[in-house]
Design a protein around this ligand. Structure first.
Ligand code: FES
Length: 79
């Protein structure tokens, strides 16, 4: 589904940008160009960011959790 019709950016590209760490509309725009023409898609991009962050299941979040688990395992094996 296209989110940004002006530039042909779909929801998968937007979600990928969010998962890669874009947590603001400007950051998503920087990575995908979505929202850089008429701007009418910017509220939808903001909603997608909010939903993605609220779900707590982005790859970035999972990577942080994975790093925390590895740090715990390292501490346990060192003790
Ligand atoms: S629809 Fe995204 S900039 Fe116009």
């Amino acid at each position: 589904m296209y989110v940004c019709v002006c530039l042909g950016v779909n929801d998968k590209a937007i979600k990928a940008a969010i998962e890669a760490g874009a947590t603001t509309v400007d950051a998503v725009t920087q990575r995908t160009c979505a929202g850089s023409e008429c701007g009418s898609c910017r509220p939808e991009i903001a909603s997608m960011i909010e939903a993605e962050l609220a779900s707590g299941c982005s790859r970035r979040h999972l990577a942080v959790v994975d790093d925390d688990l590895r740090a715990d395992e390292d501490q346990q094996s060192a003790a």
